[in-house]
Write a protein that binds this ligand. Sequence first.
Ligand SMILES: Nc1ncnc2c1ncn2[C@@H]1O[C@H](COP(=O)(O)OP(=O)(O)O)[C@@H](O)[C@H]1O
Ligand SMILES: [Mg+2]
Length: 286
Amino acid sequence: MSADQTPIVEARNISKYFGGVIALKDVSMELRHGEVMCLLGDNGAGKSTLIKILSGVHPPDEGEYLVEGRTVHFTSPRDALEHGIATVYQDLAMIPLMSITRNFFLGSELTQGWSFLKRFDIRRANCIVHEELRKMGIDIRDPAQPVGTLSGGERQSVAIARAVYFGAKVLILDEPTSALGVKQAGVVLRYIAQARMRGIAVILITHNPHHAYPIGDRFTILKRGRTLGTFTKAELSRSDMIQMMSGGEELEDLERELREFREQASSRSAETPSQEEPGGFGEESG
Ligand SMILES: Nc1ncnc2c1ncn2[C@@H]1O[C@H](COP(=O)(O)OP(=O)(O)O)[C@@H](O)[C@H]1O
Ligand SMILES: [Mg+2]
């Protein structure tokens, strides 16, 4: 197998238990060079647990973890970073009142050494941040502005740009779009595509098939700690994906339940006259 065909990251038959809870059972997946692999599944499926193993937060209880074909035993996120595996968590670990630039270089002692921060040349740092964000297609007015003034999507993008700048080969994103509206989610998905164009392999976690489908090359679906397999786009239609993620029957049950609610509500409102006053919610002006 040539170096490029060896998966950059591979999990083989990994299991993880938290007391009596089986968070992962016998899960295998691989990430190939130059792809966006989406890790999908409902809440509690084990997505975060799997990426915490890949990023060195938890050791697996069973199974094997390989990076570029070699078995690794990470004991901390620093070990993963040293292998070029960077993880952006949903609660970004950024400081809202500090500038974009300060946040960008926050924790960079991991790769640059403390002396760099002591000699922190703010003007140069601002230039780097402006340039790095521009390369990702983000035009910020002023890198000295507090991170708290950015939108959620922009903040995620800064975190991604930062990982890319500090040499990530693998970018793991845990639900980067789940708290965002449609437009902001689009912003983040575009930056993920940019990162892929720059040669970075991405694991994107989401429970939203509409975010995964346009960007993903392959899709691994977890359900209650087990994998239902990995599929290419050709092998999996969007509706199959939705079906597999949430379980078709569960959705049908939900639909029936909601229909019953609606019927109950409409029969109730037919009995009671409306109590709404004029000038209520309906008349908001923009
Ligand atoms: N640190 C922990 N201690 C105990 N149980 C955990 C821990 N982390 C995750 N779990 C459990 O493992 C299962 C999978 O969780 P998680 O990986 O967070 O799922 P997902 O990210 O897909 O929503 C859940 O039942 C969760 O409660
Ligand atoms: Mg999670």
